[in-house]
Design a protein around this ligand. Sequence first.
Ligand SMILES: Cc1ncc(COP(=O)(O)O)c(C=O)c1O
Length: 466
Amino acid sequence: MKDKKNQNLSSLGKFIEEYKLSDGVRLHMPGHKGAFGFEEDLTEIKGADSLYEAEGVILDTETEAASLFGSRSTFLGTEGSSQIIKAMCFLALKHYHEEGGSAEHPVILASRNAHKAFIYASMLLGFDIRWMSREDSAYSLCKCELTPVELEKYIDEFNKTQEQDRKSDLAAVFVTSPDYLGNMLDIKALSEVAHRKGLLFLCDNAHGAYLKLLKEDLHPLSLGADMTADSAHKTLPVLTGGAFLHVSENAPAGLEKDAKKALLMFGSTSPSYLIMNSVAESLKRIRKSDYDETVQKLAKLKGQLRALGYVLYGDEPLKLVIDLRNSVLTGPEFAEALRSYGIECEYADPDFLVTMWSPYNRYPRDTERFISALSELAADYLKKAKKKPAEFNFTLPQVHFSPRDIMFLPHKTVSVEDPSLIGKIAADAVLSCPPAVSPIIAGEEFTENIVSILLHYGVTSVEILA
Ligand SMILES: Cc1ncc(COP(=O)(O)O)c(C=O)c1O
C-alpha cells in the first residue's frame, strides 16, 4: 500500500515521504523537528536538493513544469509572483546591459495596472518606468487596455523624445494579463510589436497559470511573451507562495542564465519545502480534462446568472466577475450579502465583485449554493441605480521624481479630503492588497482627477512628501 502511494509521488514527494518514514533523529532545522504534524517541512538536508542550486529532486520538478508549460526553462519560486516579477525585471535589465545598453537608468514601458511588486522592482533595481495608460472614461483601477497600435505609438514616442537626450533607453515592455478583473490582453499581437521594436516582452501572468491547461492554450508564454511570472498558487492546487518564472523557447539565448541568482536576490535562503512539494505534487495531480470540465461548468453558471439579469465582466474562463456599475449595490455590500450565505469572494471594489473558481471547488455544491444565493439577491442587484456609474477620465499625473528617488525622503500622512493635497507629491503608492494597484505612484503629483478616484475607492489618507 505504502509502495503504491510512493509510486504516484513526485521525486521530491518520494524523498520527503521516505525521510518521514525513516523516523530519524532530526538535528537540523526547522526547530519544530517534525512535531505538531510538520513532518513534511524539511530543509536542505542531503538528498532534498537546494532550490537555488537545484540538481536533484527540485530540478526534477522544474523540468516537469517546463515540459507542462512548453517553456525553455521554468524556475520554481516559493514567494509568489511578487518574487518572480522582481527576478524577471532583473533578467531583462541584465540582458539590456549585455546587449550593450548603457543608460544609467534603463526604462521599462509598463501598463498602468502593474502590481506593487513591479514598483518595488523599479526601486530595488534602479530602472525607470514609463507608463502606458489611456485617457479612459471607463477607468477601473485594475484594468489597462492596450492595443498593438497603442503599444507601437508608446514605443515610437519614447524613442523620439530620446533622440535629443540619449540618457535613457527602453529595456523591455511589461504588461499584466489577465488582470484582477479577468481582462486579457492580445498578447500575441502585443508581443509581436515589442519584438519588432527589438524589445523583450514580459507578462505578469500571476492570475493565469491555468491558461496553459485549457483546450485552447491561452498562456501568455505560448502566445509570444519572453518571460512570464505565474502565481501557481492562485489557480493551481498549490500552497500559497508557489510560483513559476517561465522563459520562452523563443527568448534570446542565455536570458535565463542568472535566473537562480535573480530569484535568490528577492527570496529567502530558506524556501519552504511544503510549498515546493505542493508544486511538485500538483504537477502529478493536474488534469487538463478537469480544467476543461470546470470551464464548461462556469460557462453554464455564467449563462444562468445572465438569465437572472446579472451583467458579467471580463474574458477569463475561470473568473466570474459581477459588474455592479449600474446596481445600487457596491461590491463590498454584495460581498457582505454573500457572506451571510457562507460564500466568501476574492475581491470587491465599488464597481465589481470577483469570484475565482477551479476544479477543486466542490461541485455541484458550490455552484448550487452560489446560484441559489444570487437568485435571492437578484432583485436587490437589479434595482435601478440611483448611483450614476463613476466616470473619471483618468489622466496620468505629472511625474516629479522616480519612486526610487523618493524612497528615503521624509513624508507625512494627510487626508485625501484635505484641499491642499492638490499639487503635492505622493511619497508612496496607495496600495492596499488586494489588488495592490494604485492610481498614483510615488513621485507623482496629486490632481483633482486622482483625488476623485481615491475617494471612489474609499481611500481616506495618503502619504505625501513632507
Ligand atoms: C496582477 C498581480 N500580479 C502579481 C501579484 C503578486 O502575486 P503573489 O501574491 O503570488 O506574490 C498579484 C497578487 O495578487 C496580482 O494580482
